[in-house]
Design a protein around this ligand. Sequence first.
Ligand code: NAD
Ligand code: MG
Length: 390
Amino acid sequence: MRRTVSIFGSTGSIGRNTVDLLCRQGGAEVYDVKVLTGAGNVTLLAHQAIELKADVAVTAEASRLVDLEAALAGTGVCATAGVDAVVDAANISVDWGMSAIVGSAGLAPTLELAKQARILALANKESLVCAGELVQATCTESGCILIPVDSEHCAIFQALAGGSNSDISRIILTASGGPFNDWTKSQMADATLEQAMAHPNWDMGQRISIDSATMFNKALEVIEAKQLFGVRSDQIEVIIHPQSIIHSMIEYNDYSIIAQLAAPDMRGAIGFALNWPDRPALPVDKLDFGAIAHLNFATPDEDQFPALRLARRVLKIGGLAGAVFNAAKESALDRFISGDISFLDMARLVESVLEDLHIKAGQGSSLDGLSAVMAIDLEAKERGFKWVPA
Ligand code: NAD
Ligand code: MG
C-alpha cells in the first residue's frame, strides 16, 4: 500500500526539498499525497500538487483561491484557501507529515498533524519554541513519533542512537556564525538586508537566513533542544563551527562525544526523517575529508550576538517566554526586512519586549492551550511593531 503523506509549507525551501525527495523516491507511484500547502506562490503549489497527484492543495491566502482553482481546473486536485483551511487540512490522517511553514503560523497545523500523523517531521522549530510542552504532550497522547528536521536536532536525534537521554552530559549545538561571524559590531550596525541574507553554507528561506546572521536562529535552536531532549538549560552549549560539517554533538556522561557529520544540505535531514528508520541513499554530496582539511571551532561572542544570551533568559523565565521571544523576533525581522529598523535593533527590540512581558510569560504555560500561546504571540508582536529605537 502506498504511504500517505502531507507537506505543510511545500512551496518553501524545506517544502521544495521535500517534494524533490518524494519525486526522486517514486513520487505519486510510491506516495499517496494527501495535502500540500503554500501561501502566495499558487503557481508552484499547483505545479507540485499536479506532479504528486495530491488530493488537496491549500493556500493560506484566501484571496488566492481563484488563482489556485484556475491553476488546478480539470486536474482532480481540490483547492481550498485560508488560514483555517490549512489547519483543517492537517486534520487528515497520514503516515508521514512534514511541518515546514515558517513562524508561529505553523503552530496550529503542527498540533493537528501531531494528532493525525504517525510520524511528524518537524522543521517548524517555532512550534517547539512557542509551545514545546503542548507539542510533546499532543504527540504522547496520539502516539505520534516526532523526528526533528532542523539539522542540529536531527543530528542529536541520530547521535542518541549511541546512548539514552539520561546519559547526556552536554548537547553541543554547532553554529556556522552566519555571514557576520568575522564582522565587528560597528560593521554589523550598518548591515544591509542583502548582506544579512547571504548565508555562507546553507541555502535556506529568507527569514531563517537573516535569523542565522543575528544568531536568533541558534537562540531558537537552544530552546528547541531543551524542549526536544529534556536536558537542563546549562547542558546546552553553542559552538561556532564555520564549515557546518559537524551538525551537532552529544557528550555523554563518560565524556565520549558522538557527532553527526554530513555536507550542509537540508535534504540529508529531510531524507532521514522521510525514510526513518531506514537509510537509503540520498542525493547529497559525500564528505571528502582530504578536501575539507580543517574543522574550526570558536566560542561565540555574546556581545556580538546577544540573541544567545536572550535564549538563556527565556529558559530561565520559562512558561510562555519562548512564545514571547519568537513573536518579538518575528516582528523585529519584519521591521528589518521593511527597512524600518537596523540590524542591531532587532536584538534590542526583542530584549525590550521580553522584559515587558516576562512576568506574564512566566505565569503562563503552553499546556493552557493553543489560544493562550497565540494570545501572547499577538501581544508580543503588537509590542514589537510599536517599539521605538533609541
Ligand atoms: P520559507 O519561507 O522558504 O517557506 C515557508 C513556507 O511556509 C512556504 O510554503 C510559505 O508559503 C508558507 N507560509 C508562509 N507564511 C505562512 C502563513 N502565514 N501561513 C501558512 N503558510 C505560510 O521557509 P523555510 O526556510 O522553508 O523554513 C520553514 C521552516 O523550517 C521554518 O520554521 C524554519 O525555521 C525551518 N527550518 C528551515 C531550514 C532551511 O534550510 N530552510 C533549516 C532548518 C529549519
Ligand atoms: Mg538549524
